[in-house]
Design a protein around this ligand. Sequence first.
Ligand SMILES: Cc1cc2nc3c(=O)[nH]c(=O)nc-3n(C[C@H](O)[C@H](O)[C@H](O)COP(=O)(O)OP(=O)(O)OC[C@H]3O[C@@H](n4cnc5c(N)ncnc54)[C@H](O)[C@@H]3O)c2cc1C
Length: 258
Amino acid sequence: MFVFQISNILKSILPIIIIIFVHTKKLKLKKEVLDKGFIEVLDKLGTDLTVVNSARVSFGKRKEKFDDNDRKLVKFLAKNKHWSPFRHLMVQFHVKAPEFVMRQWYKHVVGIETSSSSSAKDHAWNEISGRYVPVSDFYVPSNWRRQSKDNKQASEGSIDDQKIAGKIFESAMSDILDSYNKLLEAGVAKEQARMILPLNQYTEVYWTASFQAIMNFIELRDEDTAQWEIREYAIAMKELMHEIFPEITGIWFEVNSH
Ligand SMILES: Cc1cc2nc3c(=O)[nH]c(=O)nc-3n(C[C@H](O)[C@H](O)[C@H](O)COP(=O)(O)OP(=O)(O)OC[C@H]3O[C@@H](n4cnc5c(N)ncnc54)[C@H](O)[C@@H]3O)c2cc1C
């Protein structure tokens, strides 16, 4: 009798467990990037249909299922730079990346602007504070790239002596970490002790942006002239966008692939 009751209870709550599991799994899309970084989708607004319904409101129309006519409409919108319907899709990401990557990311002000009081820009960048949390993770490259000969800001291939570069890096990191920890032990505030930390320190942000702003980020950063490390994030982000908005992302890249 008792076993029967338990199995009945389980049967009745199973659909709820499945819904919670699917929902959590859907939103917990996460890609590992570099040695300790990641991009995770925390939340999203809209579906593939959102773009076409936002465009069709002009005719007072709305659809429930994405079909071939919608594909044609999205293609038309993307080709002819009717971008406002793409701004109704929003994604909130949790990103862990080295500081030098975040500095480059931060230049993408549409979607993240925090310094201007202009109401035309979003305020959607929040970052972990080295004033509260001691810095503990540092990026260690797996390849030491050679300085490019024709592009002053770029790199190419690998240097021959990987070991020597690794040794120099390790020794500098060990000295820096030792000094950072000693400053903390001496009672120095984290906000000051962090001044000696290098740009490979990992930082974490929540970044929320529209589909259009995210595509702009990917187009500029998944590109030959972008630094390899930020490119890895752009590639991971592109994969996540294909997963959460498969139709719209696919068409966008079909139309905008050069
Ligand atoms: C390979 C590479 C190298 C770079 N090197 C440097 C560097 O050495 N130094 C440096 O400082 N930066 C550098 N950048 C950053 C670059 O200058 C841009 O700031 C960054 O790529 C953000 O691009 P964005 O302006 O399109 O993005 P967002 O700021 O997100 O803007 C998105 C779009 O909105 C529009 N927009 C934004 N603001 C305005 C505005 N005020 N008025 C009108 N339209 C607007 C534009 O169409 C813009 O493309 C580099 C970027 C790349 C990809």
